[in-house]
Design a protein around this ligand. Structure first.
Ligand code: CA
Length: 244
């Protein structure tokens, strides 16, 4: 099915450039000038990815990201002005999947959109499974990560919502438990060839995961920070395969 990309950008030239770039990739495009109606658009017509400018009149892109994340895991790429490093970090922290910096080339945004969409296999878009295809499950502490269903559940069975980037990072760490992983290795695993150019995005994503796993950042038991090294998944992991 054709993917639906929604663009929120107040600058008409950038909006037109984004709409053209996405149209050229074969996506169905909805372009909005402000984010006021974004939640209406998402609930009326399922959206696969939102490209969201940070600097918008009325509600800014970061606030919109927060609003969307309250009830949706739709992929979000934020667009920031040059030099707004803090905004980019905050954007990733509150749940954006990636960002691009203005000015950007159509090819760059196209590659990032492809990458984020590939990473996030979402509901209704899952790769069809053969009947005998076993799910992979990883248990650690009070948590169960289902790598096939891309879900995380707590001890009482409650589901914890993860963005595609968080899922990928957690899966990468869980499958390489008790090994030190450098930020570069984690970046490669999560972003492939489209790594954001600064290290902090991994730290930010780790911070988010710790919060979701209720891992005390000052004394983490699950994801440890290794001085001058990177991170290590320190919990004991049990791997199970099960049939649907
Ligand atoms: Ca703007």
């Amino acid at each position: 099915m054709t993917k639906h990309v929604t663009i929120v950008e107040d600058d008409p030239d950038v909006r037109a450039l984004l709409a053209r770039s996405m149209g050229a990739e074969g996506y169905r495009v909805t372009a909005l000038e402000t984010g006021t109606d974004i939640e209406g658009v998402i609930s009326a017509d399922p959206v696969d990815l939102v490209i969201l400018d940070i600097g918008l009149p009325g509600i800014d892109g970061l606030t919109i990201t927060q609003q969307i994340r309250r009830h949706s895991d739709v992929a979000i790429i934020i667009v920031s002005g040059r030099g707004d490093l803090a905004d980019r970090v905050v954007g990733l922290e509150i749940g954006a999947d990636d960002y691009v910096t203005k000015p950007f080339e159509p090819r760059e945004i196209q590659a990032r959109v492809r990458c984020v969409l590939r990473r996030g296999r979402r509901e209704g878009d899952a790769v069809p499974q053969a009947a005998d295809d076993a799910h992979q499950r990883f248990s650690f502490g009070n948590w169960v990560l289902d790598a096939t269903a891309q879900s995380l559940h707590g001890a009482e069975g409650h589901a914890v919502s993860l963005t595609s980037g968080e899922f990928k990072l957690l899966e990468t760490m869980v499958t390489r438990a008790n090994r030190v992983l450098t930020r570069d290795q984690l970046m490669d695993a999560c972003y492939g060839n489209h790594s954001p150019s600064f290290d902090r995005s991994i730290d930010v994503c780790i911070g988010r995961l710790r919060r979701k796993l209720q891992d005390d950042p000052r004394n983490p038991a699950i994801i440890r920070t290794i001085r001058n090294g990177g991170y290590m998944f320190a919990a004991r992991v049990t791997r199970q395969a099960y049939k649907n």
